[in-house]
Design a protein around this ligand. Structure first.
Ligand code: NAG
Ligand code: NAG
Ligand code: NAG
Length: 391
């Protein structure tokens, strides 16, 4: 200690360890302590003065200027509540502690100025509603590769399921806080609303696509992105079925909020834009009616969103789904395709012979996704994808 202080006082060298003063210490032993003490006192006074000034500055002008600059040097991913980044960037961690009620409330926030004050690249949110694993994930990985910044991925699975994707995967840490959901019950719509709400927290997500673990994309990313971006309408199935499985499921108790002429049916696999997603998460008008009066054999996931969106925003709906399924084999469930089904012939049949409306014009490109595909279909799918699906 003495040698170090002494060296500063006498030679001004801060070079520790190799101190030339050590040898001459004895000759200066009388004058040194006093000088050292003086210097030490001065140093102490300066420290105290600096501390007082700092504390005063922080209190007076806010902590941010001093504290967060220091902090941000060491912790680069700290959220800055007072910069726009907090609103502009997606949450860094999907695992939040909000209840559904809190989440839906938070997700219902909508800016009142339409033009974004930053360069916003609109993204597609791919929302996977699954029980557990995603057996076709390698196909999706290939589909999404190279399009970072134009998509986000969300997974809702059984809460007990723990996904193990490597950090390089597009599915890594994309699970949202989930709850058990059952087909045909309101818990299924709750899961879909949970997916939408989590995806809405990223302000750049503009289109929201609900998918299952058995879905595959039918075109490459660029084709799908442009098809959706250029569409005037959102793709959700909504038709008026006069039969027992359509209007037959309507319950008079839903009036006056829902009238039988407004009752719609459609597959649950939708693509909707941000506005419709907000309509769904903020809904407190129709939800209680469907919850109470649409129970099996009224399958609420086939009616709730198509009906409420038809009432609230009929002009934004294409009234058709972009997810292809095969009901031709009959029965209560659509056909599932496995290893033996996946041939170029199969896709030729799948792509041919459709006609639909796209932006009020006739089009032969009607489906962007297809289901259902078994895990055994993965290998042949990966093989035919470059030639048949374009990726
Ligand atoms: C249902 O709505 C239609 C159109 O809004 C109306 O003409 C009809 O009278 C209503 N029906 C009932 C039962 O309220
Ligand atoms: C979808 O159906 C609604 C009424 O249910 C209608 O107003 C709307 O024009 C339809 N959309 C298209 C693209 O035809
Ligand atoms: C995507 O598919 C389209 C049509 O098949 C093709 O023209 C285009 O080159 C493909 N894009 C990429 C990036 O492979």
């Amino acid at each position: 200690m003495q040698t170090r202080v002494g060296s500063v006082g006498s030679v001004g060298s801060l070079d520790e360890g190799k101190d030339p003063v050590v040898t001459t210490r004895t000759s200066q032993s009388r004058t040194l302590p006093l000088r050292v003490l003086q210097l030490f006192g001065l140093f102490l006074a300066l420290c105290i003065a600096f501390s007082i000034i700092s504390i005063y500055t922080i209190r007076r002008f806010g902590i941010y200027s001093v504290v967060t600059t220091v902090k941000s040097n060491f912790v680069p991913c700290v959220e800055e509540p007072n910069s726009l980044d907090h609103w502009r960037k997606p949450p860094s961690n999907l695992l939040h502690s909000m209840s559904d009620k809190e989440l839906l409330w938070r997700a219902s926030f909508v800016p009142q100025i339409e033009k974004y004050p930053f360069n916003r690249l609109p993204k597609i949110a791919f929302m996977f509603l699954t029980k557990g694993p995603l057996p076709l994930s390698p196909l999706w990985e290939r589909f999404l590769k190279g399009h970072e910044g134009l998509y986000s991925v969300y997974i809702h699975s059984l809460p007990s399921f723990n996904a193990e994707f490597p950090p390089s995967s597009v599915f890594y840490r994309r699970q949202i806080p989930s709850q058990v959901s059952e087909w045909g019950k309101m818990s299924m719509c709750d899961a879909e609303r949970r997916l939408l709400a989590n995806a809405l927290l990223d302000i750049s997500n503009e289109w929201f696509i609900l998918l299952s673990e058995s879905c595959i994309p039918l075109y490459n990313f660029s084709v799908i992105y442009h098809y959706i971006k250029k569409s005037k309408y959102s793709f959700i199935g909504a038709f008026d079925d006069p039969g027992p499985f359509g209007r037959g499921r309507y319950n008079e108790n839903m009036a006056p909020e829902v009238n039988v002429t407004q009752w719609r049916k459609g597959s649950q696999w939708f693509e909707i834009n941000r506005k419709l997603a907000v309509n769904i998460v903020e809904d407190i008008t129709y939800y209680p009616k469907f919850e109470q009066f649409c129970r099996p054999a009224c399958y609420v996931d086939e009616h709730y969103f198509p009906t409420m969106l038809t009432i609230q925003a009929p002009n934004l709906l294409a009234n058709r789904s972009i997810t292809w399924v095969d009901w031709s084999r009959g029965g209560a469930h659509p056909a599932t395709f496995g290893r033996a089904d996946i041939t170029e012939e199969f896709f030729k049949r799948l792509f041919e012979g459709h006609q639909c409306r796209y932006n009020d014009q006739l089009s032969s490109i009607c489906f962007l996704f297809a289901r259902k595909f078994a895990p055994s279909a993965l290998e042949p799918l990966l093989q035919v994808a470059p030639r048949v699906l374009g990726f």
